[in-house]
Write a protein that binds this ligand. Structure first.
Ligand code: ASP
Ligand code: MG
Length: 410
């Protein structure tokens, strides 16, 4: 069977760790598997390289930044291949481009559009362990090297697992799985044995940092089974699988995100085309809008609030100022002192009262709710940032997520 293993930066942080990882990889090979390994750059080296680029240029050219950052993964892949050689096995390392990871030309956030893994399958057929540099590919259009965005090695691994029809994609990291909440905020949080792709997608999109959102999206679309686990132990981690293959808890976890800010636009004319104008402008500027709330209008105008990544706040503000005259907007306020707290669980589809319980828990904890949004399996609220810890704990407690066994439905 084909197994894809991905090792994150902390798992290959130094040469000792690389040697340890090589032992784990060769054990999987010895057990009779065809093994494809995807590696991240060592430790914090992507941060370090980015920092060096910024010391030279305030806005480094995107093409050169991608050239620079992809070097991080090339270092770890080559060292790992050597360590595997020392274990008495042969390994072949490949850059993303050599591995056939074809992307669009969007530097820094490229999307994989095709995978031509001929060199990987050839190397496997020759009995080698294959190592692929994560987080990178090549654009067919521009012929340039691209990166898939921070945390993109997850996506490389999942995409390869899909393309190779691998039986399993193991994501090795420095935590032992996906938790019911961030243990730094909620000390009672516990590891989840299994979640569905849908739940993991909502958790990742709501701020859980274990997996890159795009990787989960890919896993869901291609039915790739994931096992998120620690490279520091041999214990089982968290399985991420299709719906219906597992027992389903009503609630799987509470995620939080402090990377967004809230824009409030007052005096928005309440007539067709205005919202379209505002959000088309933001979309054209590549600003990702998350929650949107529009008030009931009075006197022909209304208030519209929405959240955007804090980093995009100034650009969004500037854009709205430009639209102010054209569309006739009122006061515009940007508030980056907020946090989003999200409750996720596939069982809420069929269980009424989940949102009510969440809101009651927040109110009992003295946390004010500023915005609300929901999907079929998620309820998110915006609260003051200073309340994030209290809010996560209150919701975690209200749904007894620390319990040995949470309520289970089928
Ligand atoms: N090295 C890249 C990063 O730090 C990609 C990855 O680790 O997945 O974001
Ligand atoms: Mg990473």
């Amino acid at each position: 069977m084909i197994v894809v293993q991905k090792y994150g930066g902390s798992s290959v942080a130094d040469t000792d760790r690389i040697i340890k990882v090589a032992e784990r990889i060769t054990a999987a090979k010895r057990a009779g598997n065809d093994v494809v390994v995807v590696v991240s750059a060592m430790g914090k080296s992507t941060d370090r390289l980015t920092q060096q680029a910024l010391e030279i240029a305030a806005v480094p050219p995107a093409r050169e930044l991608d050239m620079l950052l992809t070097a991080g993964e090339r270092i770890s892949m080559a060292l790992l291949a050597m360590a595997i050689g020392e274990e008495g096995f042969t390994a072949r390392s490949f850059t993303g481009s050599q591995a056939g990871i074809i992307t669009d030309a969007a530097h820094g956030k490229a999307r994989i559009i095709d995978i031509t893994p001929g060199r990987i399958t050839d190397a496997l057929a020759e009995g080698h362990i294959v190592i692929v540099a994560g987080f990178q590919g090549v654009s067919r259009e521009s012929k340039d090297i691209t990166t898939l965005g921070r945390g993109g090695s997850d996506t490389t691994a999942v995409a390869l697992a899909g393309a190779l029809d691998a039986d399993l994609c193991e994501i090795y990291t420095d935590v032992d799985g996906v938790y019911t909440a961030d243990p730094r905020l909620a000390p009672k949080a516990r590891r989840l044995e299994a979640v569905t792709h849908e739940e993991m997608l909502e958790l990742a999109a709501s701020g859980a940092k274990v997996l890159q959102v795009r990787a989960v999206e890919y896993a869901r679309n291609h039915g790739v089974r994931l096992h998120v686990r620690s490279s520091f132990s041999h214990q089982d981690g968290t399985w991420v699988e299709k719906d219906g293959t597992m027992e389903q808890a009503i609630i799987s976890g509470v995620a939080h995100d402090t990377s967004e800010g809230k824009l409030v636009v007052r005096g928005v004319p309440d007539k067709p085309g205005v919202a379209a104008r505002i959000f088309t402008g933001l979309a054209d500027a590549n600003i990702n809008v998350d929650m949107i709330v529009q008030n009931v209008s009075a006197d022909g105008t209304t208030d519209v609030s929405f959240t955007v990544p804090v980093a995009d706040g100034p650009r969004a503000l500037a854009l709205l100022e430009e639209l102010r005259a054209e569309v006739g907007l009122g006061e515009i306020v940007f508030d980056d002192d907020i946090a989003k707290v999200s409750l996720v669980g596939a069982g809420m589809k069929t269980h009424p009262g989940v949102a009510a319980t969440m809101f009651a828990a927040l109110s009992a904890a003295g946390v004010n709710i500023e915005m609300i949004s929901t999907s079929t399996i998620r309820v998110s609220v915006i609260v003051r940032r200073e309340h994030v810890e209290r809010a996560v704990q209150a919701v975690h407690d209200a749904f007894e997520l620390d319990g040995e066994q949470t309520a289970v439905v089928r």
